[in-house]
Ligand binder design. Structure first.
Ligand SMILES: Cc1cc2nc3c(=O)[nH]c(=O)nc-3n(C[C@H](O)[C@H](O)[C@H](O)COP(=O)(O)O)c2cc1C
Length: 501
């Protein structure tokens, strides 16, 4: 054969692979970047060998290490999520979490769908007509349509529908993409998207329209978010497409500003009034989401709630390590407490006034990984919210380009071309597999520790290594009273919840 016929065969081969990449729907990256996208898979495959000689180890990348991402990807794809040869972690590092297994673990096999219902009924303490028990202790954290693509929102909602977990809308209003069968928590922030009038003020009629247009089970008032607390936002005109304008209830093609704070309330008394008004007009449980800065806010809120018997049904604590579609570095790096310290502040404030069994504690901040999720539940978190881990499950590569609009896998972009790569049906299944896979690991850890629910793991089961080289219980480490998290009353709540599984 002459040399050019080899070239011809090679060209035809590459063309066939390129066309196949374009048509297939399993891999968003290959759909968006036919042929060259294979390099990523090649590098992923030979990465461990390469890194032996050249670059970083399995735990160096941040915010999610290669090991963590590999676990999420494998779990989402229902592939083998195991690791071979033993740990490559430094077991002597400060803050290292160690679970103390039981000598006689629970022998029952963990069911594949791993049902773990929430230990509390959301809205029960205030007797809301729409009170309910969330079916899953793992749910999807608020990420707005606008920061995420329509295809990504669809994938998340489909996944929520398959798994039965809850999908928080984020503060960008309600879009068609949210209506794929999954149940929702409707969130709004200072821009009141999805519940505003033409001047941008909160409007109860618009809220009622939104609530009646979707399977919304609860409402979340966002006070702040860990990655950028205490600052407003601006959605530039170029990003306000017709679809986004409709979801947010704003004019198309004009800058949209979200102020730093709410205009409906300005202190604890008016915040609680507002929460009660929302619950009254919708009948739904209402909660707040916040990062933790000044401690006084939490002690005063808890005291006011105890005195009046009124206030939010759930408190969702976001750690300073939380993610965002776009935020200033100084805010992401330096404003608000990290999750563990933040949660202790809020939990202790409510413990002081004996309200911890009444309200539901939610949390987010890299909690979508088994060890962190299990430790969070052992110190009193009722519901784990997963944000970026859910993004990883639907194809995110941690390219950290959310703020540019050029996300290569179509997750955090409005580019129609890049979104084309993300097949919501396929990725919805992956999301559901990841969420149930995380619950499965939570149950496996619990069974290994001899208890049937992750929240039953107590100070004897979870310890953290301190600077002096000794291990102390996670409760002691973060300053949380085990007499509160494992009181007879709470253990009964957990056992009752298990009975509904
Ligand atoms: C792309 C993106 C968009 C987000 N949008 C919102 C939002 O609209 N409202 C909100 O309260 N938090 C938002 N967050 C924060 C997450 O809900 C979550 O609290 C935070 O990322 C911590 O969880 P994680 O570590 O599991 O991601 C967003 C995060 C990301 C990465």
């Amino acid at each position: 054969m002459v040399w050019w016929s080899w070239l011809l065969i090679l060209g035809a081969g590459l063309l066939a692979v390129g066309l196949y990449d374009l048509m297939q729907s399993r891999h968003a990256l290959l759909r968006n970047f036919p042929l060259i996208g294979h390099l990523r898979y090649l590098i992923e495959r030979i990465g461990p060998e390469l890194r032996q000689y050249v670059v970083a180890d399995n735990d160096e990348e941040k915010p999610f290490s290669r090991d963590e991402r590999r676990w999420v990807y494998a779990t989402a794809k229902n592939e083998n999520p195991y690791f071979g040869f033993g740990t490559d972690d430094d077991l002597t590092e400060i803050n290292r979490v160690v679970f103390r297994h039981a000598p006689f673990p629970i022998l029952e096999p963990v069911p594949h769908s791993a049902p773990i219902p929430c230990t509390k009924i959301l809205g029960q303490w205030r007797d809301r007509p729409g009170a309910f028990r969330p079916k899953s202790v793992v749910n999807l954290s608020g990420m707005s349509f606008g920061s995420l693509s329509g295809a990504a929102v669809q994938a998340l909602n489909r996944g929520a529908s398959i798994d039965g977990c809850l999908h928080n809308t984020g503060e960008g209003g309600l879009a068609e993409h949210h209506l794929q069968g999954g149940e929702l928590i409707f969130q709004f922030g200072t821009g009141y998207f999805g519940c505003r009038d033409d001047e941008g003020r909160f409007c109860s009629d618009t809220l009622l329209q939104t609530v009646s247009a979707a399977p919304i089970r609860a409402i979340e008032v966002k006070l702040s978010q860990g990655a950028k607390p205490g600052m407003g936002g601006l959605l530039p005109a170029a990003k306000v497409t017709a679809e986004i304008a409709e979801a947010r209830g704003v004019p198309k093609g004009i800058d949209v500003a979200s102020p730093a704070g709410h205009s409906v309330f300005s202190d604890i008394v008016t915040l609680v009034e507002f929460v009660e008004e929302l619950a009254h007009i919708t009948g739904l449980p209402v909660g707040i989401k916040s990062a933790v800065g000044q401690v006084d806010f939490w002690t005063q809120l808890a005291r006011h709630m105890a005195e009046t018997g009124r206030g939010p049904d759930f408190v969702n604590i976001d750690g300073g390590e939380g993610g965002t579609g776009a935020g200033p570095l100084v805010f992401s790096d330096h404003v608000a407490l990290p999750f563990w310290e933040a949660f202790a502040v809020a939990h202790n404030a409510f413990a002081e006034v004996s309200l911890t069994d009444a309200i539901v504690f939610m949390g987010a901040g890299r909690l979508g990984l088994p060890a962190r999720a299990a430790m969070a539940m052992s110190i009193g978190v009722d519901v784990i919210n997963v944000g970026r881990e859910a993004m990883l499950a639907i194809g995110c590569l941690q390219a950290q380009k959310c703020h540019t609009g050029h996300c290569p896998t179509g997750v955090a972009t409005q580019s129609k071309w890049l979104q084309r790569g993300l097949d919501p049906t396929d990725k919805g299944v992956r999301l559901a597999s990841y969420v149930s896979g995380l619950r499965r690991e939570l149950l496996r850890l619990s069974y290994a520790c001899g208890v049937k629910h992750p929240a039953l793991m107590g100070p004897n089961n979870v310890s953290v290594r301190w600077v002096d080289g000794r291990y102390r219980s996670a409760h002691e480490h973060y300053g949380i009273d085990p007499a509160v998290t494992h009181s007879q009353q709470r253990v009964k709540l957990i056992r009752d919840a298990l009975a509904t599984a």
